[in-house]
Write a protein that binds this ligand. Structure first.
Ligand SMILES: [Zn+2]
Length: 501
C-alpha cells in the first residue's frame, strides 16, 4: 500500500464512509471529514496528512500558500510532486517500508494492540478504549497507528515495552493544528512556508533534501544534533525499530471495520541513540528555562482542562528566567490569518510513564484580533484560575480551620469541588475566547468575572450545604464564607460594580 497513490484516507460525507486517495483529496475530487472510531486516531490521521503534504509541497511564501488553500491542485502538479517520493511512503516496500526497518530481529511478533496507544497495559484501558480494538489492522489504519506511536505516544503502546525511545517531542506532547473550513483547507493551513521554516529552523535549507531515518538510518549509539535533522526527516522520524508483520489474511480491520488484507502484529527491537537539542516541530509550542538551560514541549500533566494551557500554547513570552514560544504553525498564522477568527485543534495524551490515563482532542475558537492581544488571552485564563483559587482557599479553610482559634471541619472538599468548577466553567471560557472583543475587552472580562463568581458561590453553597446544621462546623463554615467573600471582592477592582448578596 502506498500512501501517495492508494485509497487509505478514511472519510465520511453525508453519512457515507469511504477510503480515498491523497490525490482525490488534494485535487478536490472527493470531500468529507476524517472518520475513525477513535478521536486520537483521527487526529493522528490529520497530522500524517499534514506531514505528507508538507514534505511534498513546501510553499515558498504566504502568497503561494494562499493559492494552495484556495485552489485544489491540478492532477499533473500532484503527479509531479510525488515523483521521487513514492519509495518513502510504501508500507510494504521490500527495503525501506514506511516508518519501519527490514530485518528487525525478534523471536516473535508483538500483537497489534501494542501499537495502539493505551490499548494494553494500565488499569484504565477499558475507560480509555473499547476492548478488542486492535487485533488486526488494515494498511491505512496501521500506517496511522505507526505514525501516531512515533509522534504522540509514550514509548509505544504502554505496558512492558520499556526501553524503547519516544519521538522527537518526548513522550506525550500537546499537538496544535489550525482548523479550516474543510479537510483540504485544514491540511494546507498546517503547512509551513519556506519563509517560516527559514526562521524557525535555521538549518532548513541545507537539510531539506535529507530522507527520513527509515530510509537513511542513524547508527546505533550515534549522537545526533537536532540541526542535522531536516524537515522531512523530523516530521517522519521513527524513534523505534519496528517491522510490521502480516499473515496476508483477509479480515475485518479492528479499527475502521473494513474488510481488507490485515496486519496482525509487528516485530520490535531495542535501538539506542541520543538526540541533542530540541527539534522545532511545526505543530508544537515550546517552553524553556533559561537558568536550567532546559527546553521542552508542553504536555497535559494534570486533570486541569485544556484552556488552562492556552497561554503557553499560543503566546510568545520571555523573561530572564524562562520563556515560551508558540508552535511555528501559530507563529505563521499570526501573519497569514490575522484578519479572521482562529479555530485551533488541541490534542494529546496524558500519561503516567508508559500508561495513558486520558486523551484529548478539542476545538477552540479565538475571536478576531487574537494575534495581537495575547495579554487578553492571559487575562481570561488568569480569571478562570483565580476564581478557582478563591473557591479552593475557602474550602481548605473549612477543612483545616485556623490553629488554636477555629476548629476545622475535617471535611476536605477541595478536589471534588475543583473538578466541578472546571466542568461548570468550561463552556464559559470557550465562549469568552471565541467572542471577546480583543481591542476593547473590559466589558467582556467584567461579564466573565460575574459569571465565574456566580458559579463559585453556587458551588460553595452546594458543597457546604450538608454541614450547615452541624454545630461543630458552624464556625469553620462562617470563616470559610468570609474568606470566599474577601477573595471575590479582591478580584474586583475598586469602583467596579458588584452585586450585594
Ligand atoms: Zn482499518
Amino acid at each position: 500500500m502506498n500512501l501517495l497513490t492508494d485509497p487509505w484516507i478514511p472519510i465520511q460525507e453525508k453519512g457515507l464512509f469511504e477510503k480515498i486517495t491523497l490525490q482525490q483529496l488534494h485535487c478536490g475530487e472527493k470531500t468529507g471529514e476524517i472518520c475513525l472510531p477513535r478521536d486520537d486516531m483521527e487526529l493522528a490521521c490529520l497530522q500524517l496528512l499534514c506531514a505528507i503534504t508538507q514534505v511534498l509541497f513546501t510553499p515558498k511564501n504566504k502568497r503561494e500558500l494562499g493559492h494552495y488553500v484556495k485552489q485544489p491542485l491540478a492532477q499533473d502538479d500532484y503527479q509531479t510532486a510525488i515523483q521521487g517520493k513514492l519509495d518513502w511512503f510504501d508500507l510494504d516496500h521490500p527495503e525501506t517500508p514506511f516508518m519501519q526497518f527490514r530485518g528487525v530481529k525478534a523471536k516473535e511478533a508483538t500483537p497489534m494492540d501494542k501499537l495502539m496507544a493505551g490499548l494494553s497495559g494500565g488499569e484504565n484501558k477499558v475507560f480509555v478504549n473499547e476492548m478488542g480494538l486492535a487485533d488486526n489492522l488494515c494498511s491505512g489504519c496501521v500506517a496511522i497507528a505507526l505514525f501516531n506511536s512515533a509522534n504522540n505516544c509514550p514509548n509505544v503502546g504502554g505496558g512492558n515495552l520499556g526501553g524503547f525511545k519516544a519521538g522527537l517531542r518526548g513522550s506525550t506532547p500537546i499537538t496544535l493544528l489550525i482548523q479550516g473550513r474543510n479537510l483540504r483547507e485544514t491540511i494546507w493551513l498546517n503547512v509551513l512556508t519556506e519563509e517560516t521554516l527559514n526562521r524557525v529552523m535555521p538549518w532548513y535549507d541545507e537539510t531539506k533534501d535529507m530522507p527520513p531515518n527509515y530510509i537513511k538510518p542513524v547508527k546505533a549509539r550515534e549522537k545526533i544534533s537536532v540541526s542535522e535533522i531536516g524537515l522531512a526527516r523530523g516530521l517522519l522520524w521513527q524513534p523505534a525499530r519496528y517491522e510490521l508483520f502480516s499473515s496476508n489474511k483477509l479480515d475485518v480491520c479492528s479499527c475502521c471495520g473494513l474488510k481488507e488484507t490485515v496486519y496482525d502484529g509487528f516485530k520490535k527491537e531495542q535501538f539506542g541513540y541520543t538526540i541533542e537539542g530540541v527539534w522545532p516541530h511545526p505543530l508544537s509550542s515550546r517552553t524553556f528555562s533559561i537558568k536550567k538551560k532546559k527546553e521542552e514541549f508542553p504536555s497535559f500533566t494534570t486533570t486541569a482542562p485544556t484552556w488552562t494551557h492556552m497561554s503557553r500554547l499560543l503566546i510568545d513570552r520571555q523573561s530572564d528566567k524562562e520563556g515560551q514560544q508558540a508552535a511555528p504553525i501559530i507563529q505563521q498564522a499570526r501573519t497569514f490569518i490575522a484578519s479572521a477568527k482562529l479555530q485551533i485543534i488541541i490534542g494529546g495524551y496524558r500519561n503516567n510513564q508508559a500508561t495513558i490515563l486520558e486523551r484529548r482532542h478539542e476545538l477552540f475558537s479565538l475571536a478576531q484580533g487574537w494575534h495581537e492581544h495575547g495579554e487578553v488571552i492571559q487575562q481570561i485564563i488568569h480569571y478562570g484560575l483565580e476564581y478557582k483559587k478563591a473557591l479552593r482557599k475557602a474550602l481548605y479553610l473549612f477543612a483545616v480551620g485556623i490553629k488554636d482559634k477555629v476548629h476545622g471541619s475535617g471535611v476536605n472538599l477541595c478536589d471534588p469541588v475543583e473538578a466541578n468548577y472546571y466542568q461548570q466553567t468550561e463552556g464559559l471560557l470557550h465562549t469568552r475566547f471565541a467572542s471577546v472583543h480583543f481591542e476593547q475587552p473590559d466589558k467582556d472580562l467584567t461579564q466573565l468575572k460575574q459569571q465565574l463568581k456566580t458559579v463559585v458561590k453556587k458551588l460553595f453553597d452546594l458543597a457546604t450545604e450538608p454541614y450547615q446544621q452541624e454545630p461543630k462546623m458552624i464556625k469553620a463554615l462562617a470563616m470559610a464564607r468570609r474568606s470566599l467573600h474577601k477573595s471575590l471582592k479582591d478580584l474586583e477592582p475598586q469602583g467596579e460594580p458588584h452585586d450585594k448578596n
